[in-house]
Write a protein that binds this ligand. Structure first.
Ligand code: ADP
Length: 682
């Protein structure tokens, strides 16, 4: 129908050759005509049909107010008055469609200026429901954004801030005027430089970022923990032109979470500590059991080391001090047996130096602990590159070394090491290792005492058998002499003088011998009981030596040994005369016994502070390894047992000399003879 419209070149409408109702049908608006007096609809266009859902024939003749259930903003009479006065009214109404939907209508009424029947009103209605809603929604959204307690702002895809709500002002400290037009990077901490570009990239691709937790910087420089959601902003044609950000301050929550984490960590720590405490108790119980099972030191400590590995250590060594004061490795246990060889190599090639921790433990008796051994420490401690390589390969990360102590004596060192397991010792573990070391020390000591006791028992058995044999010899001799006399008396004849004097001499010798043996035994028991007292007086050692030698005349003659006494000046001091007589007699009688009939030399000298007496023979001599041992109780050198006595003479001599504050020692060249040297303070 529009084809019927013609226009002149100036664009002025010249003529419209269509019927009014056909024209009305062209309009989008709902247009109808009704009569003010009868309230009957007389015209109803297609727009009205479409908007309200009533067909023309359904509408014609009805009252529009009833049909559309019109709600007027003003009273209808007021509208009518306006129509009467001006022939025109304009305003908003609510109409209802055929299916009951309310519509907000912008309505214009006209009764004049157009060719209408009298009383007729042309009503042109535009549906503005949708427009009204989106306007309202816009206002609503703006109100929400303004009053929101969440920070809401928008930015371009370049990160330039374009809006900023009051909550954003409160959270970040910038006013809208200050920050709009600035880059959002202003809010980002220096250590998160890539965050904004990444986020904006994602938003530009149409993604939404939900609840991203991060940190931001306030205007005053303080940091705030935030949870951020970012959504793309689209224009009406669907292009993404920016991003809307909602941020919430989660500082408190983060703090609480951290607090909770700390509490949980504390709980975990407490749980672990309790577990470790249980483990320690059970380990110590097991260790005590192991330590009590055997008196074999090496077996016991090996078991102990393997008990510690891997429960409380990755690697365990026990070093024991031997008789010469050297540290000797007794056992080593390692979770990885192959590494024992590595540890052995380390120990062999780089033994502990006197300034090392191990020796410090031996001298101070204090434990040594390093909770964390860093590579830097290894580098510092390494003696050469190979040393460093070995230490690194062993992965030593933490260790505790403690002294094995018993009855106040340090017997060795136990070391527990953490390596490949990555575990570390702490000060709490120190008491565990000290406890373990104490128990191990006691076990080592017990084993040593046991061995000593066994040895003492063996010696006592041997001594008893020797003593009874030694005592029987003079007794048998005495018995023989007595029997000889008895036979003579029984025969009734007179006893020849030479026989009686021989018998008396024999008896005298045996009684002397018995007396000597008994005295030795008495001395030993006195020494053992700690009842060994000195009765001192001032005399010359050389004079005493000459007296003793004179007493030995017969024995020397019998053995065929000549004695030379050499005195190099006076050698007097305050000593126990009787006891030193005993010492010289013992040395001399040994020289006679073991001197093989060769010459014996006794020398006495003094320098004002000490006097020295030596007895030398040219007999078999004494093997190097026996030079110390012979001064022990019941010690005799087996090979010469035929001539040996009770093995007490030298022991008693040493006790006497030491009671005087002096020393006694033996020197010998085997097969060339021995020299016994006594030194006494003057
Ligand atoms: P005994 O009663 O056995 O002689 P001693 O205590 O006097 O006991 O001596 C201990 C041991 O020392 C002897 O058994 C002997 O083997 C050795 N001995 C002592 N004196 C000499 C010496 N002059 N020459 C060689 N061996 C000796």
């Amino acid at each position: 129908m529009i084809e019927h419209a013609r226009q002149d070149p100036e664009g002025e409408p010249v003529e419209i050759d269509v019927s009014p109702s056909a024209l009305l049908d062209l309009a989008y608006d709902a247009i109808f005509v009704w009569n003010l007096n009868t309230e009957e609809i007389t015209l109803w266009n297609r727009g009205a049909e479409e908007l309200y859902g009533y067909r023309r024939e359904e509408a014609i003749g009805h009252s529009p107010h009833e049909l559309l259930r019109t709600e007027f903003p003003d009273s209808l009479s007021e509208i009518q008055r306006a129509i009467d006065r001006t022939g025109h009214w304009e305003g908003r109404l609510v109409h209802h469609t055929r299916d009951g939907r309310p519509l907000i209508i912008s309505s214009r009424w006209a009764s004049r200026g157009i060719n209408l029947a009298p009383g007729a009103v042309l009503e042109i209605n535009t549906d503005i429901t949708h427009r009204t809603r989106s306007d309202e929604q816009g206002a609503l959204l703006a109100a929400i954004v303004q009053s929101s307690s969440d920070t809401i702002f928008s930015k371009t895809l370049d990160g330039i801030i374009t809006s900023w709500n009051p909550a954003a002002e409160r959270m970040y400290g910038y006013t809208a005027e200050e920050i709009i037009g600035k880059s959002v990077n202003l809010l980002v901490p220096g250590d998160l430089p890539g965050e904004i570009p990444t986020m904006l990239d994602r938003v530009a691709r149409g993604e939404r970022i939900e609840h991203h937790e991060t940190r931001r910087v306030r205007k005053d420089g303080t940091e705030v923990s935030v949870s951020i959601s970012v959504s793309p902003i689209q224009n009406t044609s669907g292009d993404i032109i920016g991003a809307a950000t909602i941020a919430r301050d989660i500082t408190e929550r983060v703090r609480m979470e951290e607090e909770r984490g700390r509490l949980l960590a504390g709980e975990k720590h407490a749980r672990e500590a309790a577990e470790w405490a249980r483990e320690r108790v059970s380990f110590l119980a097991a260790a005590s059991a192991v330590l009590g099972t055997s008196l074999d030191v090496e077996a016991t400590l090996t078991n102990l080391a393997w008990l510690a590995v891997p429960r409380v250590a990755d690697f365990c060594t026990v070093l024991i001090l031997d008789e010469t004061g050297e540290l000797r490795r007794l056992v080593a246990a390692h979770v990885d047996p192959e590494r024992i060889a590595l540890a052995e190599e380390l120990e062999r090639r780089y033994p502990p130096t006197p300034d090392s921790g191990t020796y410090r433990i031996l001298t101070t008796g204090e434990p040594d602990m390093v909770e964390v051994i860093t590579d830097e420490m290894l580098v510092r401690g390494a003696r050469d590159p190979d040393h460093l390589r070995l230490m690194r390969e062993l992965e030593i990360g933490s260790y505790i070394s403690a002294p094995l102590v018993a009855r106040g004596r340090i017997l060795g060192v136990i070391s527990l090491v953490m390596a490949e397991s990555g575990r570390h010792y702490s000060s709490e573990d120190l008491s565990l290792v000290m406890d373990l070391a104490r128990r191990a020390g006691t076990a080592v000591d017990n084993a040593a005492l046991y061995t000593e006791v066994q040895e003492a028992l063996r010696l006592r058995e041997e001594f008893l058998s020797i003593a009874s044999h030694e005592l029987r010899t003079p007794l048998t001799a005495l018995q023989l002499q007595v029997q000889l006399l008895r036979r003579q008396i029984g025969a009734g004849g007179a006893i020849p003088v030479d026989l009686s004097s021989r018998v008396v001499e024999g008896v005298e010798r045996q009684v002397k011998r018995l007396g000597r043996l008994t005295n030795d035994l008495l001395d030993v028991s006195r020494i053992a009981a700690g009842r060994f007292e000195l009765d001192t007086s001032r005399f010359d050692l050389g004079t005493l030596a000459e007296e003793v030698v004179a007493r030995f005349e017969d024995e020397l003659a019998a053995a065929g040994s000549a004695v030379e006494v050499r005195r190099t000046g006076p050698a007097s001091g305050t000593w126990d005369r009787h006891r030193l007589d005993q010492v010289i007699a013992n040395l001399l009688s040994n020289a006679v016994k073991y001197g093989a009939g060769r010459p014996i030399r006794v020398q006495v000298s003094a320098d004002g502070t000490s006097a020295c007496l030596s007895v030398s023979d040219e007999g078999h001599g004494i093997a190097e390894e026996n030079l110390i041992r012979i001064f022990e109780r019941f010690e005799r050198v087996e090979t010469v047992s035929r001539t040996a006595g009770l093995g007490l003479g030298l022991f008693i001599a040493r006790q006497i000399v030491e009671a005087h504050g002096g020393t006694i020692r033996a020197e010998s060249v085997p097969d060339r003879g021995s020299t016994f040297i006594v030194e006494l303070p003057q």
